[in-house]
Every structure is written in structure tokens, then in C-alpha cells.
Design a protein around this ligand. Structure first.
Ligand SMILES: NC(=O)c1ccc[n+]([C@@H]2O[C@H](COP(=O)([O-])OP(=O)(O)OC[C@H]3O[C@@H](n4cnc5c(N)ncnc54)[C@H](OP(=O)(O)O)[C@@H]3O)[C@@H](O)[C@H]2O)c1
Length: 282
């Protein structure tokens, strides 16, 4: 399916992530196809305050109930996982929403809900693509993984990948790897923020003012990621480049390793995978 200025996109859930995705697509200068504008979107969101805000800020049409959006070509499911199944039951009542090529392409951003479970609640044969974005998507620097369900074809998956690539980076993966990618990039912003907090506290323990230490740590994380991206340098090269023999950085890394730095991250990623499998119920 190609996007055109007539493509109708239903956004179900105009919350934090839904707004960022829609706002990013409207603002993106490059697109998989024609530019998307506010006219392409209708948002379903129960809270009136949110609808008034989205209407005012983006000029998009808003409705209270997902059932009011008839005949969308793409349906982005951006509600919380715990309300998702109820929303899918409502959607399944909409006569225009059939499975296969005549029906819409469904795109889920819900954490932990596998395609099999979502497809089971959608009209038979529905084409579904599951994604796992992360919060830096809010500023156009997201990392999103994308996996197709049983009925989605390669073009459906490629379209969703290209759409999310407008909001940062996007990678097509096997759904079996979704929990692991969630544990790396989905939860990753929390680990990076924890690293910044720990560096702040470490700096403060050495007498730095905490605000300055946090600003330095934050800029260092940002700058290091940018350096690696701009130069194409991998993590190991970037690390080694800062370490002079017998110097303070090597001393720091040795002390961190001794305290279990890499081991603790490895354990954290494994714990996130374990917990998301427990929650996924597939
Ligand atoms: N935040 C993250 O880090 C992150 C990362 C990756 C993926 N995700 C996924 O993104 C999804 C959305 O998360 P979020 O952080 O954007 O949550 P959010 O800000 O709470 O947004 C959810 C929105 O869904 C609306 N909603 C509730 N029931 C609805 C219904 N029946 N029909 C239509 N809309 C309905 C809510 O409206 P009301 O407030 O009016 O009830 C709210 O605006 C979740 O599935 C989450 O797993 C989040």
C-alpha cells in the first residue's frame, strides 16, 4: 500500500506516544510517499481535553470513540496495553474493518502484546504490524523495531518501517526477538537515565554541584552517541580512544568492571526479557 494525500490514518489513542508519532509524521519533510498532513488523520480519544488540544495544535479531526472512525486505510493502535483488548473488541464491531487487502493495515505500538494475541481480537485475516518504539521518538530520535503478523506482507512491514524511520531509526526484526529488543532499546532510555543519575551522584560525591554534574553527564551521553553516529565508529573504538595507558579513564573502567558494570547490564537485559515474557501472555 502506498501513502497518498488521500490515505486515511486512524490514530486510536491520542496520548503521549500517539501524539509524538502523528506530530512526527506531519512534520517529517521526507516520507515513504506523499507528505502526510493533518488532513490524513482522525484521532479517537475518550478524554475531551486531549481532543481539544490535539485539534487545536495539529488541526486534526478528533472523535471520542474508535468506532466512529469508519474506513481508515491505516489504524495506529496507541492505547495502553491494559485497555487494548477492549479497544480491539470495539474496532471489530466496525463493519468497514474487515481482514485482508480490503481492510486497513493495523499498526500496534503496545508493549508486550504479541501479534497472535492482537490478531485474535481483530477481524479474521487482519493485516497487523507490531512495533516497539522508545521514548526518544518524542524528539524524533526514537529506535523502533518492527515485526509483521501472520497476514502482513513485506510491503506492509516495509511501509511501517519507513514511517517509523521518519521518527528516528527503525529496524525490521523477527517477532521472536521483540522481547530482547524491548529490553535493549524499549527500556533502554531508563538505563541511560540511570547511568546519568549515577554519574551525577559520583560527581557530587567528588564535590561537584549536582546540577552541573548531571548536565555534564547528560551532554556526555548525547555527545558520545552523536560522535559514534557521525564517525561510524563502534563502541569499542570509541571507548579505547579515550583510554591512555596508565591513565584515569582506564583506572575508572577497571574499578567499574570490578564492581560488575557489564555484568549488571547483562543481568538487567535478561530480567527485562524474562518479565516481558511473563507479561506478554502469548
Ligand atoms: N511511554 C513509553 O515509554 C512507550 C514506549 C513504547 C511503547 N509504548 C506504548 O505506547 C502505548 C501508549 O502509551 P502512552 O505512553 O502514549 O500512553 P498515554 O499517554 O496514556 O496514552 C494513551 C491514550 O489512549 C487513550 N485511550 C484510552 N482508552 C481509549 C479508547 N477506548 N479509545 C481510544 N483511546 C483511548 C487515552 O485517553 P484518555 O487519557 O482520555 O483516557 C490516552 O490519551 C502503550 O501501549 C505503550 O505500551 C510506550
Amino acid at each position: 500500500m502506498a501513502l497518498t494525500d488521500r490515505t486515511r490514518i486512524a490514530l486510536i489513542g491520542g496520548g503521549k506516544m500517539g501524539e509524538a508519532i502523528m506530530g512526527g509524521w506531519i512534520a517529517a519533510s521526507e516520507h515513504p510517499a506523499d507528505r502526510l498532513t493533518a488532513a490524513n488523520f482522525t484521532v479517537a480519544n475518550p478524554g475531551e481535553e486531549r481532543r481539544v488540544y490535539l485539534q487545536g495544535r495539529y488541526g486534526v479531526a478528533c472523535v471520542a470513540d474508535a468506532r466512529a472512525i469508519e474506513g481508515a486505510d491505516v489504524v495506529v493502535l496507541a492505547v495502553k496495553p491494559q485497555v487494548m483488548m477492549g479497544v480491539l473488541e470495539q474496532i471489530a464491531e466496525v463493519p468497514a474493518y474487515v481482514g485482508g487487502k480490503d481492510g486497513p493495515l493495523f499498526v500496534s505500538i503496545a508493549a508486550g502484546l504479541c501479534t497472535e494475541r492482537l490478531e485474535g481480537a481483530l477481524p479474521a485475516g487482519a493485516r497487523l504490524v507490531r512495533t516497539m518504539p522508545n521514548t526518544p521518538l518524542l524528539v524524533g530520535a526514537g529506535a523502533t523495531t518492527v515485526a509483521g503478523g501472520a497476514q502482513a506482507d513485506e510491503a506492509d512491514v516495509a511501509l511501517v518501517r519507513d514511517l517509523f524511520a521518519c521518527l528516528g531509526a527503525a529496524y525490521v526484526i523477527d517477532e521472536d526477538d521483540m522481547d530482547a529488543t524491548g529490553a535493549v532499546s524499549g527500556s533502554g532510555p531508563a538505563y541511560v537515565a540511570a547511568l546519568i543519575e549515577a554519574l551525577r551522584d559520583g560527581g557530587a560525591a567528588q564535590g561537584l554541584e549536582a546540577g552541573l554534574a548531571e548536565a555534564l553527564a547528560q551532554q556526555t551521553v548525547y555527545g558520545t552517541a552523536l560522535l559514534m553516529r557521525e564517525t561510524g565508529q563502534d563502541a569499542q573504538t570509541t571507548r579505547v580512544a579515550v583510554c591512555s595507558p596508565g591513565g584515569s579513564t582506564l583506572a575508572a573502567l577497571a574499578a567499574m568492571e570490578e564492581a560488575g558494570f557489564a555484568r549488571s547490564l547483562d543481568a538487567g537485559v535478561a530480567a527485562a526479557v524474562f518479565r516481558s515474557k511473563e507479561l506478554g501472555q502469548c
